[in-house]
Design a protein around this ligand. Structure first.
Ligand SMILES: *Cc1c(COP(=O)(O)O)cnc(C)c1O
Length: 400
């Protein structure tokens, strides 16, 4: 739950600043707002924290993905390579811009396998979306290198890896663009919200225009007189979200340090269990430690251990069985049940080949996720809770 656990006085103070002016919108009202620009400040602080040039606050992580894909001109006729293990929103965002997602395999990091990009390419491939699942990095250096060699754009879906890094560089800054989510269960929360990150001025401006109906945000004229650029929509973050984000961002490094400490205590107990292995972390120091993922030698043993853990009082997640994070389980997606009667973009004549979403194309995901269990970490874990988890781990080990 991370950031949500820490909501307190700091968030109240930031939100109160906004309520005292009554200006809830990020743009305009320059006289009435008395110098308070929370979203703008949050964007500046967030960009600085991540080491990126530009950040744009938006309404959600899903919106961030859509805004970024739009800025990158991903559109009908294009294919985008997306790992089989991710939240549904990554696939939906590709469909939202009229392109088609192509499902790719994962590796021992549980994230996109750089080696599978080659196999999933077609002349229509425009971009790849590596997703840093469960707070830890993909082999992002290799993914970016592979994408560059094929002239593909890279959008990092870093909804789950806020604050995590790879070799000292924050996730979300490796590709052409990065996206973040601040929904209620993410590492940093603004209730609902998201961020788009980039070092590319052109991509930033296109994002900024698109997310606010094409307003050019010319500071020397009133909002109603601003120039029109491209057609867009409304994905604007509001000032209350910006205020929450500012307070939460200041807590991020401390929060990660606490999660790491808790994670280590649980991991040490699991390491004692015969046959247990761990998810590969390309850079353990850069882990944001929101989740602990471990594996067993076979799917059968995983089932047995998961059941024993549950009986001992510890709930775990198997992502292969999860209904929202693994493509083969999305029956409405597999049935092409888009919200329009023409099944656009799946059945668009602009798309050259019908996509296939077959378990056979993702053998490593089928194997690894079937053997993997995940425990969610909290920021606040009293010693009794950690002791309870450690006892459950040891007791359940007798079932193996
Ligand atoms: C949460 C999440 C999203 C979507 O973010 P929302 O803010 O909930 O819209 C996208 N991708 C991944 C991997 C996520 O976990």
């Amino acid at each position: 739950m991370a950031g949500a656990e820490l909501i307190g006085k700091e968030e109240m103070k930031e939100v109160q600043d906004v309520l005292e002016t009554g200006i809830l919108m990020r743009y305009g009202f320059d006289k009435e707002r008395r110098g308070i620009y929370k979203v703008r400040q949050f964007e500046e602080d967030f960009a600085k924290y991540c080491g990126a040039k530009f950040a744009l606050g938006v309404t959600s992580g899903s919106a961030a993905l859509k805004v970024a894909l739009t800025a990158m001109d991903v559109c009908p006729g294009d294919e985008v390579i997306v790992p089989a293990f991710t939240f549904l929103a990554t696939y939906e965002s590709v469909l939202e811009v009229g392109a088609v997602p192509v499902m790719a395999d994962i590796d021992e990091t549980l994230n996109l396998d750089p080696g599978d990009i080659e196999r999933k390419l077609s002349p229509a491939t425009k971009a790849v979306i590596p997703v840093h699942m469960c707070g830890s990095a993909a082999h992002i250096d290799r993914i970016v290198e592979k994408a560059r060699s094929r002239n593909l754009l890279v959008l990092e879906d870093n909804a789950q890896g806020c604050g995590a890094s790879f070799r000292g560089k924050k996730l979300g800054t490796f590709g052409d663009m990065g996206s973040f989510s601040f929904d209620y269960v993410k590492t940093v929360t603004t209730g609902e919200g998201g961020m788009v990150l980039t070092n590319n001025r052109e991509l930033y401006l296109r994002s900024e225009w698109y997310h606010d109906h094409g307003h050019d945000h010319n500071p020397s004229v009133p909002r109603a007189m601003e120039g029109r650029t491209i057609l867009g929509f409304n994905y604007r973050m509001n000032e209350l979200q910006g205020a929450l984000g500012l307070a939460q961002l200041r807590k991020l490094d401390g929060l990660i340090a606490l999660q790491k400490k808790n994670k280590k205590a649980v991991k040490d107990a699991l390491a004692e269990v015969k046959g247990v292995g761990f998810r590969e972390l390309p850079d353990p120091d850069g882990d944001s430690a929101t989740f602990l993922c471990f594996n067993l030698p076979s799917e059968d043993l995983r089932r047995r251990y998961q059941k024993a853990l549950k009986e001992a009082g510890l709930d775990t997640v198997c992502w292969k069985d999860n209904l929202w994070h693994y493509v083969p389980n999305w029956e409405h997606f597999l049935a092409r049940s888009t919200a329009n009667s023409k099944r656009f973009p799946f059945e668009s004549p602009m798309n050259s080949r019908p996509p296939v979403y077959d378990r056979k194309d993702i053998p490593r995901a089928e194997d690894i996720l079937g053997r993997t269990l995940t425990i969610g970490m909290s920021v606040i874990m009293p010693q009794e809770r950690i002791d309870g988890i450690r006892q459950a781990i040891a007791r359940a080990a007798r079932a193996l």
